[in-house]
Design a protein around this ligand. Sequence first.
Ligand code: TXA
Ligand code: MG
Length: 362
Amino acid sequence: MSSDSKLLQSTAVINEAVQTLRDGGLVAFPTETVYGLGADAKNANAIKKIFTTKGRPSNHPLIVHLAAPDRFDQLQLDWVPVLAPWVRDLSEDALRLINAFWPGPLTLVFKKDKSVLSELTGGQDTVAIRAPAHPLAQELLRKFKGGVVAPSANRFGKVSPTSAGDVRHEFEGILDLMVLDGGDCEVGIESTIIDLSSGDGAVLLRPGAITPKEILEKTGIKVFQRGEDVKKDDELPRVSGSLKAHYAPTTPLRLYAPGRVLDALTEFPDTKSRVALAVWDSESSLGCDAHPSINAEEVIVSSDSVSFASKLYRTLRDLDQQGWDLILFPEPPAGEEWDGVRDRLQRACFGSGPSSSSHSSN
Ligand code: TXA
Ligand code: MG
């Protein structure tokens, strides 16, 4: 199917999706990062459905997704009227970030306008907002003419979906969910989250494709790591993805340091274990045949951080369904461009294994 016919076909479907949102229902839709599970941000009952469907604790706040201003293709867009109904103070820095990166994979946390429902903010006085770049998401938001809250369309603690098929699989037998199909997500990991709500500095809450270095280069704004410089908070689970266990497959997942595959296997003494071993495309085979203690099959992964991220969840999901006893991934190299991927892999390791749902999150 050509992309044109896909869009054409989607027009009627998008209208149905808009109606579903207006009626207080849930619609899964593509964004450039991962698929979201959407509901009307002004409808408290619809928001509650998101929490029950995902099995997510109600104090974990959601991101509001907004349409870009009309005349999308102009160089300078006027975001002020778009944000005014949601946000209390819109600083110069906020506008610089927005003009540089929206629509795109960047979420900003602001002090909320009093009309923003506390059901969506987990009772906090801040609100997270982003304008996704995916054309289907933008079309849905424009036609809906309102904010859509959307967490990643996975059950709490599980791997985020990056295709319409993943979303359907995630909720199969649980819910008859409308899913807009926009193909595979390009970015592949969730948006970068920057907290601007304290008014004295930009703080990184979740690393993603847009890095602090890129932000500094494009806007001159320095982004602080959490706990660095800016005042500490009383640490609610403001970013549920910041809990240790997250994005987790059911198959145990571990990381190995360069050249140390065998070390990573010490927890798994059973030599009959079937191991899926991810290997950088830049390296020749690790030659596991030479190690009789491993029954491993190699899976090639990209040594470019952008393409690695775009395939990460796809690969984890596929491997998780193939009945391996263990999945091994190489430790991502040092460097800010790998921070998003490293963060997701570490949490996925921590939450992985058959009992993952009991100690996992989001
Ligand atoms: O890329 C994305 O951001 C995807 C797509 C669908 O847009 N969405 C996503 O949503 O990852 P979710 O709910 O899986 O993760 C949103 C994160 C949560 O960890 C939440 O705690 C954090 O955003 N968040 C939401 N509101 C917040 C707030 N007021 N303060 C701090 N963190 C907030
Ligand atoms: Mg999520």
